[in-house]
Ligand binder design. Structure first.
Ligand code: CP
Length: 293
């Protein structure tokens, strides 16, 4: 079995091979044809990840099977592992899974009965998002090792931030700054330095990746003072003026317009947010191909 669980499982050379295939898929009309059945199990909401994995499967001739969890037999008491085993018994070779509990994809992978793709596990990781983000930056900026890259916002609750720090570390990006309020920026980041000042941290940045405020992941004792957050950390055109004139503005989505980013920035000339979404299909085609080959 092969799995795609976490960016730490890969070195730079494997990531380069995946990106080569992703860029190839973006350019070619001659696509390979595979016949595998790929189940999609999404225990959390998703628009981009689920749909782009479905499209990626279809473009490669694979059969995406969308398990409707609102009507699945887990509602009658069946366990997740029993659901998984039944899907495998029906001929599913790979499972794309998103789950609110960190480590669930890793647990299924340890059973070694199907290929597992982690489409986001709680506050753990979101490796395919990091891959498509890296693809989008390289596509525009080419050599990215010397760029100043910023991750802004609710870093503490973000699996995307974990996978991004890891992928930039593996890739050799030295100048990474994590910006946010003290309570949302880890004291010991996976990679990069931290800043609690948006204007200082964003100064001369080549890439700014803005994160969603993830209210659903707050613990009971966490309180969010939105107006203070917006005053100090919302990405506005005024703040963006401190970065490089050719700065790339990115956001993994879904965006809370007006909260962490203004519409002027999200829809502005520096925005690559929909370019990220487009590249998601090609990055996920590369992941699916790697697992099924
Ligand atoms: N970026 C991302 O994971 O978006 P979805 O939740 O819509 O899949």
């Amino acid at each position: 079995m092969k799995h795609f669980l976490s960016i730490d499982d890969y070195n730079k050379s494997t990531l380069e091979s995946l990106l080569d295939r992703a860029f190839h898929f973006k350019q070619t009309k001659n696509l390979p044809h595979y016949s595998e059945y790929i189940a999609h199990l999404f225990y959390e909401n998703s628009t981009r990840t689920r749909t782009s994995f479905e499209i990626a499967c279809a473009r490669l001739g694979m059969h995406p099977i969308l398990v409707n969890l609102q009507h699945s037999s887990e509602n009658k008491g069946e366990t997740l592992v029993d659901t998984f085993d039944n899907l495998v018994a029906m001929g599913i070779s790979s499972i794309v899974i998103r789950h609110p509990q960190k480590g669930i994809p890793h647990h299924l992978a340890s059973l070694n009965r199907a290929n597992i793709i982690n489409a986001g596990d709680g506050q753990g990781s979101h490796p395919s998002q990091a891959l498509l983000d890296l693809m989008t930056i390289i596509e525009i900026k080419k050599n990215i090792s010397n760029l100043k890259i910023v991750i802004l916002g609710d870093i503490m609750h973000s699996r995307v931030a974990n996978s991004l720090q890891t992928i930039f570390k593996v890739w050799g990006v030295e100048n990474l700054t994590l910006i946010g309020p003290e309570e949302w920026v880890p004291a010991k980041p996976i990679h990069g330095k931290t800043s609690h000042s948006l204007k200082e941290g964003i100064s001369k940045a080549d890439v700014v990746i803005c994160l969603r405020v993830q209210k659903e992941r707050f613990s009971e004792d966490e309180v969010l003072d939105l107006s203070t957050y917006q005053k100090n950390y919302r990405l506005t055109n005024e703040v963006l003026a401190f970065s490089h004139p050719e700065v790339m503005v990115m956001h993994p989505g879904p965006m809370n317009r007006g909260i962490e980013i203004t519409s002027e920035v999200a829809d502005g000339k520096n925005s690559y947010i929909l370019a990220q979404v487009k590249n998601g299909v090609f990055a996920r085609m590369a992941i699916l191909e790697m697992l099924t080959n």
